[in-house]
Design a protein around this ligand. Structure first.
Ligand SMILES: Nc1ncnc2c1ncn2[C@@H]1O[C@H](COP(=O)(O)OP(=O)(O)OP(=O)(O)O)[C@@H](O)[C@H]1O
Length: 326
């Protein structure tokens, strides 16, 4: 079966402004993953690890330095031709700040139907209105908000409008970049529930980006942990939460408060993430790793399957013997 989205050794490097040595910033540095139709892949990691850049590359909003992206079997590039526009209909984006995504001068109803006009899919006025009302209902908004303006809504309501607007094109993939980070905890939980409900109803896949492991755990079928432009661990949320294998995942998980007696001791990592211009030699995590070995300073670990099927890039984690022999 062909994956809906397949990303192969994707990289995005930026020249460092004014750097005489011609050094490059490695924002994304060889990321590979696949996402099946109707599933959710979460991407987590600290600020600056390359999550948003990965999202923009997947959507064809930025040209990649290297690597390949295929969506429904067709290559994704950032060349804005007719094929790109057709692909973009099937891939929608939901950002952190709904106010920035909405046009202050348009009513809720007009915002929701606008993508139909942008993509030349205009039906009659009545049909568009019915479709918008159905989507407002699907995202849990009352029809009487149709004539309201974004500033008259709460943050949670605005994010629901953004979702209705994304869904009117019937996308196969919705890239959600920190979609609930700007919302209060209880509203964020409602929006996460709504996202799950909408996926059950409409069947789209989510690429769900967040710095918040707790949120990703709730929604994702699979989680990829990024560190300095690379995936360091990828597996099911329960695997990563109950027994994180990479010391970086372990530190992230230890920072998530858990109720009850099984409280973990929080692992505080030394220092900030290193600069992606001066990527440390060997494993990029070794300067902050509490368990680094001499080998970690010299040799970059590959992302390999562990015996339980997850992928881990760490010299401390034994590889699956079958995969190692292959
Ligand atoms: N246009 C650009 N030019 C140069 N460097 C960039 C550009 N965009 C991003 N970067 C750098 O690439 C790295 C990855 O950035 P990115 O925004 O993808 O990270 P992120 O994990 O999404 O972080 P955040 O959660 O803060 O958005 C950072 O070091 C960032 O400064």
């Amino acid at each position: 079966m062909t994956a809906l989205l397949s990303v192969d050794r994707l990289a995005k490097h930026y020249p460092v402004a004014g750097d005489r040595a011609g050094r490059m910033l490695h924002a994304v540095d060889g990321v590979s993953f696949t996402l099946e139709a109707g599933r959710t892949l979460g991407i987590v990691g600290e600020s600056g690890c390359g999550k948003s850049t990965t999202a923009k590359l997947v959507l064809g909003l930025l040209p990649a330095t290297a690597g390949r992206i295929a969506f429904a079997g067709a290559p994704v590039t950032a060349v804005r031709d007719a094929r790109w526009r057709a692909l973009r209909r099937s891939m929608q984006m939901v950002y952190q700040d709904p106010m920035a995504a909405l046009d202050r001068r348009l009513t809720v109803g007009d915002q929701v139907v606008e993508p139909l006009a942008i993509h030349g899919l205009e039906a009659g006025d009545a049909a568009r209105r019915d479709r918008a009302l159905a989507l407002l209902e699907a995202v849990g908004l009352r029809g009487d908000l149709f004539h309201r303006y974004p500033h008259e809504l709460s943050g949670g309501q605005r994010q629901r409008v953004v979702l209705a607007r994304a869904l009117i094109l019937d996308p196969k993939l919705v890239v959600c970049d920190e979609p609930v980070s700007a919302l209060d905890v209880s509203v964020a939980a409602q929006v996460i529930n709504l996202l799950q409900d909408l996926q059950g109803r409409f069947g789209m896949a989510y690429l769900f980006i967040s710095h918040d492991l707790k949120v990703v755990r709730q929604i994702a079928d699979e989680v990829a942990v990024m560190y300095l432009g690379r995936i360091v661990e990828q597996g099911r949320p329960d695997q990563l939460f109950h027994a994180p294998a990479h010391p970086y995942t372990e530190a992230l998980v230890s920072a998530v408060p858990t109720p009850g007696p099984r409280r973990r001791e929080r692992i505080v990592l030394a220092g900030d993430p290193p600069n992606p211009v001066d990527r440390p030699a060997g494993c990029a995590f070794h300067p902050r790793c509490p368990r680094a070995l001499p080998r970690c300073r010299a040799e970059a670990p590959a992302l390999r399957p562990a015996p339980d099927g997850r992928l881990v890039a760490c010299h401390l984690v034994p590889a699956d013997a079958r995969a190692a022999a292959a």
